[in-house]
Design a protein around this ligand. Structure first.
Ligand code: SAM
Length: 261
């Protein structure tokens, strides 16, 4: 009886969670920039992604999980030729607004990664999928199909940078966000409301009592590295909280850098 109820709950959760765009309604998108705090995030990153892209001699960059445009704007300001993509209409509108606020005019495209190629013109030197966005894909077939889309969007020798929260730790109930990386806003607290090997539900509580949830697939680091290799990427390098020498259980975020062979 208990088992049946648990199983049904998990399946229901997956059906809702798989609709990523529905998770980013106006109420949460309106608060996203408070959550990430652009200035604090920029100080914590210290140009990490721009340096990686420069070392890889990338110029044309596709930011496939633009969100409110933080990385697209930051990379465009560093001189990269950026195209921003997101599948949430609310996020796309916010990226356009933030780009305009910074006097920038890069293309902003609304597209689901699963049909990315249909929306693109030409190829890119780098694809970046940041902010623990890739875990929005709940099905392995989708993860493989999307990595194939990302790879196809790259020039030969181009790089994919894809990150995720440290679910190896979170799945062992060792969630501990330092608040120093990615979600740098000081007016909200992020906690894990629930986690198993198929779904992780984060709870975002703001100072005024406003509460939001996001549900993702808790991908393991080795699982994504394996998928990258299977998808035809080579020389996969891993970083934890922007360092190549990191404690696999202590890092908040894991970043994979993979080259298209
Ligand atoms: N990169 C931003 C940041 O770090 O602030 C946003 C991260 S947010 C956790 C995840 C973003 O990925 C959302 O804007 C969401 O709409 C987008 N996303 C998730 N799944 C997607 C998909 N299948 N196609 C396109 N965008 C997707």
């Amino acid at each position: 009886m208990t088992t049946t109820r648990t199983t049904r709950t998990v399946l229901d959760d997956h059906r809702t969670a798989d609709d990523f765009a529905a998770q980013y309604g106006t109420a949460l998108v309106d608060r996203w920039d408070d959550l990430i705090d652009w200035d604090r995030r920029e100080r914590s990153e210290q140009g990490f992604f721009a340096k990686l892209l420069t070392t890889a001699k990338a110029h044309r960059v596709l930011d496939v999980a633009a969100g409110t445009g933080y990385h697209s704007v930051s990379l465009a300001r560093h001189g990269f030729d950026v195209t921003a993509v997101d599948g949430s209409p609310e996020m796309v509108a916010r990226t356009r607004r933030n780009a305009a606020r910074h006097g920038l005019t890069f293309p902003v495209v609304e597209a689901d990664w699963r049909t990315l190629r249909r929306h693109l013109d030409g190829r890119y030197d780098a694809v970046v999928c940041l902010g623990s966005s890739f875990p929005h894909l709940f099905h392995e077939a989708d993860r493989r199909a999307v990595l194939a889309e990302f790879r196809e969007a790259l020039n030969p020798g181009g790089i994919l940078i894809v990150d995720h929260r440290n679910f190896d730790s979170i799945r062992r109930h060792r969630y501990r966000s330092s608040g120093n990386y990615y979600y740098c806003g000081t007016g909200a607290s992020v906690s894990v409301a629930r986690v198993d090997d198929r779904l992780c539900r984060f709870r975002y509580e703001f100072g005024d009592g406003d509460v939001h949830h996001l549900e993702v697939y808790p991908i393991l680091s080795a699982e994504l590295s394996g998928l990258l290799v299977d998808s035809g990427f080579d020389s996969v390098r891993d970083f934890g909280d922007f360092r190549e020498d990191f404690d696999a259980y202590d890092a908040d975020f894991i970043i994979h850098v993979a080259r298209k062979s």
